[in-house]
Design a protein around this ligand. Structure first.
Ligand code: 1PW
Ligand code: ADP
Ligand code: CA
Length: 571
């Protein structure tokens, strides 16, 4: 925080100011539109213990941003812990307590909800404080007030219900958020409910408790509902889709939790609940997947053919093993060492969106993602690319021209975001962006088992998994794939303007034959077709998240400490 920002903050008109008892001392507490605090010690009974997070133990001025307060509530007498005599004495003088809950950052992007208890002289003063704080919070229009919650009781280690009830619901209630909770009874329950039954105007957001598959259900429900309400045909691969109005929150309880991890920096239910309460907003790209001009599915994380498709196909039969099914099937698939022949055609992204190896990480308020959204507006969809494509006879080369690559691949992965998760903390494509309108297309060609193992291991450490002769990676807006024996892609509608030429190339490249092919892993779902067309839709949805923050230490959102007027801290 800059000093100028600090002065703007403290110079806001005061809403409420009183002398209250806090811990072992009397303090002057002030509330304005932006902050609670600037506590000046009036009377010290005992040397203050460092009982709440602050930079300096000797500091006697503190503040808390209103935007980081979860809620305030009156506290019952019996809830108050008063172990020492000095404190008891003061509690008698200030018997009416209230609690302010706030968000505090801990290590590794985890947030925690902390409480501070203040004591008032009389009931009226306490009521005034609680009401004024909560009124201020209700003015923060970005915060959700009513949420629709779907719990998959079978996700991950089957602890979704417990996690929600024990760790999340109490926080929502502290933040005065009302909820409609639905425990799903079968696969696609949440998707179909959102698609047809829910009155979306009755809530401010949708929360899913589960894994990537559960999130995918909610995305399908919301996106499909939004398109059908706007009479948009999802079957057209080049169709501009209508963005969803409601934000989605993820309480991680699944096997991979890659979307939660990539958007918050951790897979912690309490952190996610606090992002939802704060009303965070993170736009996110969505890929639409079509086969033969028919809509198949949406994808927000990984579209994987070959290795990840085979891992998923094998692991689906082992759901009873829980999350470790992926380790088992991963090892088995690795040993099988199967490669697949096919043709990939793709439309590269604009140069101003960087490239998958530029070491620019997607972080909170990412400027590459901003750039991506602007590109979309300026170019209005694919028009410029269509022009480039029509005017060129080149099969490859040039920004905005389709490129075609044929070969034998161990894996073809498209990562629309980093796909960071506990198994791979940097992710499948560490520099992919959440909301730039592109996906990173990773082509892993046929290689020895040892080389492929080296590539896989690099997903788990700091080494560059793309720095290998058999791996190439491209940032793309659209792509197509046809397996060598494809007989379906020749049926693609050749009247489609964009991709027309490419389609011809793909078709002529592959006379039909009967060699085997893999499956696509689409965010943990197996797709029924190998021949697919993929388009990225920039910022189609929004999450209750803020992307991964740059540091985990002090910044403008957290508790700050000022030593008198000597502003020794800056973030
Ligand atoms: C020899 C060591 C090899 C380690 C390789 C580790 C790479 C891990 C990269 C994982 C990227 C996961 C992307 C997310 C996929 C999810 O959508 C999907 C479904 O997740 P869900 O079951 O719904 O939680 N999970 C998987 C494993 O396919
Ligand atoms: N009540 C239910 N019974 C069975 N399957 C369900 C239920 N609710 C959701 N599902 C499905 O379970 C699958 C896995 O869910 P997910 O939450 O991703 O868990 P995991 O991360 O363990 O795979 C998803 O495809 C989802 O559609
Ligand atoms: Ca992206």
């Amino acid at each position: 925080m800059l000093i100028s920002e600090f002065f703007i903050m403290v110079n806001q008109p005061t809403l409420l100011s009183s002398q209250l008892f806090y811990e072992n001392r009397v303090v002057e507490v002030t509330l304005n539109r932006v902050m609670l605090g600037l506590w000046k010690e009036i009377e010290t009974r005992r040397k203050r213990s460092a009982s709440f997070n602050c930079i300096s133990k000797d500091a006697d001025h503190h503040f808390l941003l209103v935007s980081e307060i979860v809620g305030a509530r009156e506290t019952e007498e019996e809830d108050q812990t008063n172990k020492d005599g000095g404190r008891k004495h003061n509690v008698l003088l200030y018997p009416y307590a209230f609690t302010v809950s706030y968000t505090e950052r801990t290590k590794h992007h985890c947030w925690r909800c902390k409480d501070i208890i203040f004591h008032c002289l009389d009931k009226a003063q306490r009521q005034q404080w609680v009401q004024t704080i909560n009124n201020q919070l209700s003015l923060l229009s970005i915060r959700p007030k009513r949420l629709l919650v779907y719990i998959n009781p079978y996700s991950g280690k089957q602890r979704g219900k417990w996690i929600y009830e024990q760790r999340v619901a109490p926080l929502f209630s502290r933040a005065s958020i009302s909820t409609d909770v639905i425990v799903t009874e079968s696969a696609n329950h949440a998707r179909d409910h959102l698609k047809t039954e829910v009155d979306l105007k009755q809530c401010d957001g949708v929360v899913c408790v589960g894994g990537d598959g559960m999130f995918s259900e909610v995305v399908h429900g919301l996106v499909s509902r939004t398109q059908s309400d706007s009479r948009v045909d999802q079957n057209q691969p080049n169709q501009d889709l209508v963005p969803c109005a409601l934000r989605i929150g993820i309480i991680p309880a699944g096997s991979t939790d890659c979307i939660c991890y990539s958007t918050t920096g951790t897979n912690d239910p309490v952190t996610s609940a606090l992002h939802i309460i704060m009303g965070d907003s993170q736009p996110m790209d969505v890929c639409s997947v079509h086969h033969n001009n028919t809509f198949l599915r949406y994808s927000v994380s990984l579209l994987g053919y070959g290795f990840y498709g085979d891992v998923l196909t094998d692991s689906e039969r082992k759901r009873w093993m829980g999350p470790s099914r992926y380790d088992f099937s991963g090892l088995k698939t690795f040993l099988t060492h199967q490669y697949y022949e096919g043709t990939v055609a793709f439309l590269p992204a604009k140069d101003n969106l960087g490239n998958p190896r530029d070491k620019i990480k997607c972080r909170t308020r990412c400027h590459i993602c901003e750039q991506g959204a602007n590109n979309g507006q300026l170019l209005s969809g694919d028009h410029v690319y269509k022009m480039a494509e029509e005017n060129s006879d080149e099969e490859t080369s040039g920004d905005g021209v389709w490129r075609v690559i044929r070969g034998k691949f161990l894996a073809i992965n498209a990562a629309c975001m980093s796909c960071a998760c506990p198994r791979s903390p940097r992710g499948l494509s560490p520099y992919a962006h959440l909301a730039d309108g592109t996906t990173d297309l990773i082509l892993v060609r046929k290689a020895s088992r040892l080389d492929f193992l080296r590539h896989l291991i690099r997903h788990t450490n700091k080494d560059d998994q793309f720095d290998m002769s058999f791996v190439e990676v491209h940032r793309v807006r659209r792509f197509r794939f046809a397996p060598k024996h494809s007989n379906v892609i020749s049926e693609v509608d050749l009247s489609e303007t964009s991709g027309k030429k490419i389609c011809n190339q793909v078709c002529t490249a592959h006379p039909n034959n009967d060699t085997g092919h893999s499956n696509w892993n689409c965010d943990g779902e197996i797709l029924p077709h190998a021949d697919i067309q993929v388009s990225v839709h920039c910022q189609l949805i929004r999450l209750f998240a803020r992307g991964v923050e740059r540091g985990t230490t002090f910044d403008t959102y957290t508790w700050s400490v000022i030593e008198g007027s000597n502003l020794s801290w800056q973030a």
